[in-house]
Design a protein around this ligand. Structure first.
Ligand SMILES: *Cc1c(COP(=O)(O)O)cnc(C)c1O
Length: 435
């Protein structure tokens, strides 16, 4: 299968090139040329299938032409040693818990899958080292570092702002060692991101080493998230509640919801979607006005969604032929202030006992406000509430226990390399690395 750029000014790419490069030459995002539909028998039996078997079938439709099927199965099973349950919060609202991976983040699946696919391509070509640069304000760094940990042929540099990430987040990427190097930048998140962007554009550096990114612009990171939605359908069908399904995705860069939309194009019977946002309302405004106007991001308590110019908007726009009418008839929006997010966490806990994190709270509230009679709603609970412990506890007035997996990271020894926010320093550091 070939991949084209959303800017349509770059040559078609193989899957290997799309994964290794991340972004097309014209700065566009790669899209698969075709989206294969799943056969009817697959949906007839899906309720009896495990998450990982569903995922393997879906992965074959995306990647089966380019990856040996046995290797692909091994890769999918290695990515998904855990389940992804759907939990009733209050009928007809159900929570799709995406936080059962190694760092309790839904990004774990895409990160691990991408790491293993990259490794597959490195092993089948000439031996080189691929260097992954990732800037993080907390969550992405831990998912990527843990997904890539110990994967031969790949070195990961995680850049994070000194003193600006929580202790528990920091421990998840600074204690790993091995092929993971944590770089503690004397600056803010935007400085980290600027260093990474400058590195990708620097010719000397790119001649010296293979550089790639691991955020949701990469097809290997965002597409596997489609697995979640087939699984959600299967679990709802098991409960005989899959007929009028509305899927609500708390969104920041729109990679996750974009994968859900791809699932629908593959035949997944979802009636409609809701993109739930915090105060960063660029997409919400687009749905209303038809105009896409990026803004600087606003800081909120659902900080993994603090995005003012969601990169995967380009993919959604392309998928629906740049038609505002098609996009707005399939997806509705929602935007909530921190105050509304807090109210929702509190109300949901008091009424149902279910503990929402600030991101999932946006999803839950959007379903509460927008579900029509006869519809059943599934929202993504994108983070374990313990990852936002202080915020959640202050709102619900009850302690949130830290799962053992998360607490284990706190035992390790922190190792990081201090770095200024000046590109010359970062470049000199990278040039000095052995290739
Ligand atoms: C990354 C993230 C999101 C947003 O996902 P996108 O794919 O960027 O839209 C939502 N919630 C949490 C907890 C996240 O980490």
């Amino acid at each position: 299968m070939k991949y084209y750029s959303t800017n349509h000014q770059a040559p078609l790419a193989s899957l290997q090139k799309a994964v290794v490069k991340g972004l097309a030459e014209d700065r566009g995002l790669y899209m698969p040329e075709r989206i294969n539909r799943m056969p009817k028998e697959f949906f007839d039996n899906i309720q009896d299938m495990h998450f990982r078997d569903i995922a393997y079938n879906v992965a074959s439709a995306f990647f089966g032409e380019d990856v040996d099927l046995d290797a692909l199965q091994e890769l999918v099973f290695d990515t998904l040693p855990f389940d992804c349950p759907v939990v009733k919060v209050k009928h007809p609202i159900y929570s799709l818990e995406l936080f059962h991976g190694p760092t309790l983040a839904f990004k774990d699946v895409g990160a691990r899958f991408m790491a293993r696919l990259l490794q597959y391509f490195i092993n089948s070509g000439e031996k080189t080292t691929v260097n992954v640069l990732v800037a993080t304000s907390g969550d992405t760094g831990s998912a990527v570092a843990n997904g890539f940990l110990g994967v031969e042929g790949i070195h990961v540099y995680v850049l994070y702002p000194k003193g600006k990430v929580s202790a528990i987040q920091e421990s998840q990427f600074t204690t790993l060692g091995n092929n993971i190097t944590a770089i503690e930048v004397d600056g803010v998140f935007d400085d980290c991101q600027a260093l990474v962007k400058s590195a990708f554009m620097d010719h000397e550096l790119n001649n010296h080493m293979n550089l790639t990114s691991a955020n949701s612009i990469n097809v290997a990171r965002f597409l596997p998230q489609a697995f979640y939605y087939f699984n959600a359908y299967a679990r709802m069908k098991q409960k005989e509640l899959a007929d009028e399904l509305v899927v609500c995705v708390p969104s920041g860069n729109f990679g996750n919801i974009c994968a859900a939309l791809f699932a629908r194009e593959m035949g997944l019977p979802v009636k409609r979607f809701i993109a739930a946002n915090n105060a960063n309302d660029v997409f919400f405004q687009y749905l209303k006005t038809g105009k896409y106007e990026p803004k600087p991001s606003k800081q909120t308590i659902a900080n993994a969604m603090d995005v003012g110019d969601p990169s995967n908007f380009a993919r959604i726009y392309d998928l629906y032929g740049e038609s505002h009418e098609r996009i707005s008839s399939l997806i509705s929006g929602a935007t909530y202030s921190d105050e509304q997010i807090r109210q929702t966490m509190k109300q949901c806990f008091e009424e149902t006992g279910y503990v929402l994190d600030p991101h999932g709270a946006c999803g839950y509230r959007a379903l509460q406000e927008q579900l029509l009679p006869g519809e059943t709603g599934v929202f993504c609970e994108t983070a374990h509430p313990a990852k936002f412990k202080e915020t959640v506890e202050a709102v619900i007035g009850t302690e949130v226990a830290i799962p053992a997996r998360l607490a284990a990271f706190m035992q390790g020894e922190k190792k990081s390399i201090p770095m200024s926010k000046h590109f010359d320093d970062f470049k000199a550091f990278l040039l000095a690395q052995q290739q």
